[in-house]
Design a protein around this ligand. Structure first.
Ligand code: 1GP
Length: 255
């Protein structure tokens, strides 16, 4: 099976920007789920992420349904050790490196490590940095960690580089699902400039203008979830924009 991490590296090399649609099993249900799946079938993003800071409903049944209906890579984006499913294609093995809560740095990992190793799910160690998104978010509350202040890009870079040196393979700059304001552009640019790893950005992105800002600033992949919980058909607009963005960049490259 094709390695998802290799796909991410390859896409970054050819400047193909990636979009991940995040589905929270608690929010994506009933008519919203039906409309989301129908839209995703014909407007398929690079990845579907499944997870959330706090979920009650089954991750497995959502993944099974998605795999039946849509041909794309399903990546676990877990809020805790319970959100593991061996039916997923890959797992972002998140360590909340911006926080000082040992449980989310290593504790949850220990609870699930042996089961994960026995599975066939591709594990992608990911340094996860929570950035102030203008309001308290679930991830901040549940993880009991403080986000990096919005004007402290140097702290964000030092944290991201520490994660890189510790051997993590991806960096995720997160403003938190439903954030008032996405990760600041200056922070994305600054972290990108000092980092060798692929950079994921998410949290509070509600329009293709904000998606463009994140791509322009250096995000290799952007994750969008919350806005689609109210307007699932907007997925089509975001997928089309992402495809067009990479094509336009390639076309405008000097010979
Ligand atoms: C949250 O980064 C993701 O973990 C996506 O955020 O739900 O605000 O789009 P939104």
């Amino acid at each position: 099976m094709k390695s998802i991490y290799k796909t991410i590296l390859l896409n970054r090399e050819i400047s193909h920007k990636m979009l991940a649609v995040l589905l929270d099993p608690d929010q994506c249900r009933g008519s919203i789920l039906a409309s989301t799946v129908a839209t995703l079938k014909t407007n398929t993003p690079d990845f579907i992420f499944v997870g959330g800071s706090h979920t009650v409903n089954s991750i497995d049944s959502l993944i099974d349904l998605l795999k039946e209906e849509i041909k794309t890579n399903i990546v676990l984006f877990p809020g805790n050790a319970l959100q593991f499913s061996s039916n997923a294609d890959a797992l972002l093995y998140l360590s909340l490196v911006s926080g000082r809560n040992a449980d989310f740095l290593i504790g949850q990992h220990i609870s699930s490590a042996v089961a994960i190793k026995k599975s066939k799910v591709e594990v992608i160690p990911t340094g996860y940095l929570l950035v102030d998104g203008g309001k308290p978010t679930s991830v901040e509350y549940i993880s009991n960690t403080r986000p990096i202040p919005r004007d402290k890009k140097e702290i964000a870079l030092s944290t991201a580089v520490a994660a890189e040196l510790l051997g993590m393979k991806l960096i995720y700059l997160e403003a938190g699902s439903g954030a008032n304001t996405p990760v600041p552009i200056e922070m994305i640019e600054y972290v990108k400039a000092g980092l060798s790893l692929p950079l994921i950005v998410g949290g509070g992105i509600k329009s293709t203008d904000e998606l463009k800002d994140a791509f322009d600033a250096g995000a290799d992949m952007v994750v969008v979830g919350n806005i689609f919980e109210t307007f699932p058909t907007k997925i089509a607009e975001f997928v089309a924009f992402t495809r067009g963005y990479s094509v336009e960049k390639l076309t405008n490259q000097p010979n």
